[in-house]
Design a protein around this ligand. Structure first.
Ligand code: GTP
Ligand code: SPV
Ligand code: MN
Length: 587
């Protein structure tokens, strides 16, 4: 009899029948060997060794470039435990149907066993997973994104205290692609995709879908949030966590180069996608970043919008589906004003003059070690996490949502998060630019009934003596000319500064029906080129628009039936009343 881990690996090998099984330890030599394998497979090239040392470009299958939510399932025993926002499949049916696809799936291939930690080795908030995969791309990515090898194995020892994840590329046919989560067993099965969020099982599958279930059982929170520290002129750092849907600005905000550095406001990076949070002995909600790297959206990133990212990805980085210049350097739309001559596009074709479509895929990405972020916080691996003073929700809204507002209290803040919406992006397969409600940016990531998830948020608020203040931001509001009203990126620090002031009981604000909105004087705007008219528009709360919004939120809440906490229904009614009062005062 082997250990539970050995037995599970043997089981996986019996099913998938690889030609060999390789246990991964996470060494640099192993990474190099994996890159050799990738290059030999023909979809990966090494980039310019002088300007981009130890960087590779991987071109994925053209049908496998983003998360596929329609084939992502929660396989809880009871359908109602997955709730109305998740796809559901019965566990036995899932095991039979998808088990058949795993049968012999690794024939002739190597099965890699990747034990990994989510979180720093010495933190009580850290959890362990093991991924078996037949994809060397997944292995090199996990090398960067998680802490691999000995520490994880030591932690598991002879116990069964790990989240197993079985992954195979299968035949990469979208028709035979499935991403399955078994929340009662804490088990993950993924087949038919090699793409980040579908295939790096430590990330969305474990650290959000499975972890959200663990967090609810164990009294903590697993959220789709960046973590940053905002340093003020006195040197004091205040920590904030922000939840924006996929490709809505988390990595950029976490790695922001503040335009107010000269006046002493500096942003420190701790995490860019996932936060695990737990009340600490000091009465604050403490957050750790369970990951060790960033898997960021490339297009739109340049030396002006985000010099920190540009500096970070100059070495030891995996680029996926970006374009390549004649000198073997990565390129994507928005990196330079004009496309360089002689580009190779993300599918490996030479780009001819007047070519249609982008040269880099809109969801092309870089995978970079967190330690390479120029402004990585000295606390990013702190086992106790950092105390969070503000939670910021946000979305991509061309209309309606103002630049920033503060909720009235925790319960109202939970309502703001539960009712948030955003326009869809290239990070998921499907139509781009469609507005959908995406509570707490967790719509695709909550592993259980979202009504219960809202209840868990409300309960956490009661259990935290010093709860974070809750805000909502929108960098993407557009004027009548279709242009963004707010410059965004490094200028967003002006909004963070106001949030910091509000946390400290200062900051000028007007109370509107939706919450506290900064007065134009409340924002520090010196050195910013924004017209008074645009500023007014970006802060505007339109009662008629918001009445429609409140109605839509009400309709969305109907989905949850009697699992919707009554507090949220009450908040929706209060918002409607406040809007009504304002409208009738004006009328
Ligand atoms: P995921 O990794 O998918 O979870 O995305 P993310 O939330 O980390 O988004 P990211 O920071 O990678 O940004 C996504 C896209 O939004 C990129 O193309 C950015 O250039 C763009 N973006 C980010 N911040 C801003 C901003 O403040 N203003 C504008 N206009 N665009 C932004
Ligand atoms: C997202 O889609 O939210 C991402 C990219 O962060 S992935 O890891 O693919 O989920
Ligand atoms: Mn994400």
């Amino acid at each position: 009899m082997g250990t539970p881990l050995e037995e599970w690996v043997e089981d996986a090998a019996r099913k998938t029948r690889p030609k060999q099984v390789v246990w991964c330890g996470g060494s640099e030599a192993e990474a190099q060997q994996m890159v050799e394998t990738l290059v030999a497979e023909g979809r990966t090239v090494r980039l310019n060794e002088r300007t981009y040392p130890n960087c590779i470009l991987h071109r994925s299958d053209p049908s496998d470039v983003a998360r596929t939510e329609q084939v992502t399932f929660i396989c809880s025993r009871r359908k109602e435990d997955a709730g109305p926002t998740n796809n559901w499949m019965a566990p036995e049916e899932a095991k039979q149907k998808v088990g058949a696809l795993f049968d012999g799936a690794m024939a002739g291939r190597t099965m890699y066993v990747v034990p990994y930690l989510m979180g720093p080795a010495d933190s009580s908030m850290t959890r362990v997973g093991v991924e078996v995969t037949d994809s060397p791309y997944v292995v090199v990515s996990m090398h960067i994104m998680a802490r691999i090898g000995k520490a994880a194995l030591e932690r598991i020892g002879k116990t069964s205290d790990f989240v197993p994840g079985l992954h195979s590329l299968g035949d990469l046919n979208p028709k035979r692609r499935f991403v399955l989560h078994f929340p009662e067993e804490k088990l993950i099965w993924s087949i038919g995709s090699g793409y980040g969020g579908n295939a790096l099982l430590g990330k969305k599958c474990f650290a959000l879908r499975i972890a959200s279930c663990m967090a609810r059982e164990q009294g903590w929170m697993a959220e789709h949030m960046l973590i940053l520290g905002l340093e003020d002129p006195s040197g004091k750092v205040t920590y904030m966590a922000a939840a924006f849907p996929s490709a809505c600005g988390k990595t950029n905000m976490a790695m922001m180069v503040s335009t107010l550095e000269d006046s002493g406001y500096r942003v420190w990076t701790l995490g860019d996608d996932i936060a695990w949070m737990q009340p600490g002995p000091d009465g604050y909600l403490h957050a750790i970043n369970p990951e060790a790297g960033f898997f960021g959206v490339a297009p739109g990133t340049n030396a002006l919008t985000n010099p920190n990212v540009m500096a970070a990805v100059k070495r030891n980085t995996i680029f996926t589906n970006v374009a390549m210049t004649a000198s073997r350097e990565p390129w994507w739309e928005g990196m330079t004003a004009e496309a360089p001559p002689e580009l190779t596009d993300w599918q490996g074709h030479k780009v001819s003059a007047g070519a249609q479509g982008p040269a880099a895929h809109p969801n092309s990405r870089y995978t970079v070690p967190a330690r390479q972020a120029p402004r990585i916080s000295s606390h990013w691996k702190d086992p106790a996490g950092v105390p969070i003073s503000a939670i910021i929700f946000g979305g991509r809204r061309a209309r309606v949502a103002p630049l920033v507002y503060q909720s009235l209290n925790w319960q109202h803040g939970v309502f703001v998060g539960a009712g948030m919406a955003s326009e869809t992006t290239a990070a998921i397969t499907g139509e781009v630019g469609v507005r959908r409600r995406d509570p707490m940016a967790m719509l695709p990531f909550c592993g259980y009934h979202m009504g219960d998830y809202f209840r868990h948020w409300l309960e956490m608020g009661r259990r935290i003596p010093h709860p974070p203040r809750i805000f909502h931001v929108n960098w993407f509001r557009k004027g009548p000319n279709g242009k963004f009203l707010w410059p965004g990126y490094g200028e967003n620090v002006r909004v963070l500064k106001w949030i910091l002031e509000r946390v400290n009981g200062k900051g000028l604000a007007e109370e509107t029906p939706i919450g506290f909105v900064p007065t134009p004087q409340g924002l520090t705007l010196d050195g910013l080129a924004i017209s008074a008219a645009d500023l007014k528009e970006v802060l505007r709360v339109d009662a008629a628009d918001w009445q429609k919004e409140a109605e839509e939120i009400g309709t969305f809440f109907n989905k949850f039936g009697d699992r919707l906490p009554p507090e949220l229904r009450a908040e929706q009614a209060h918002l409607t009343e406040r809007l009504h009062l304002v409208a009738s005062a004006k009328g």
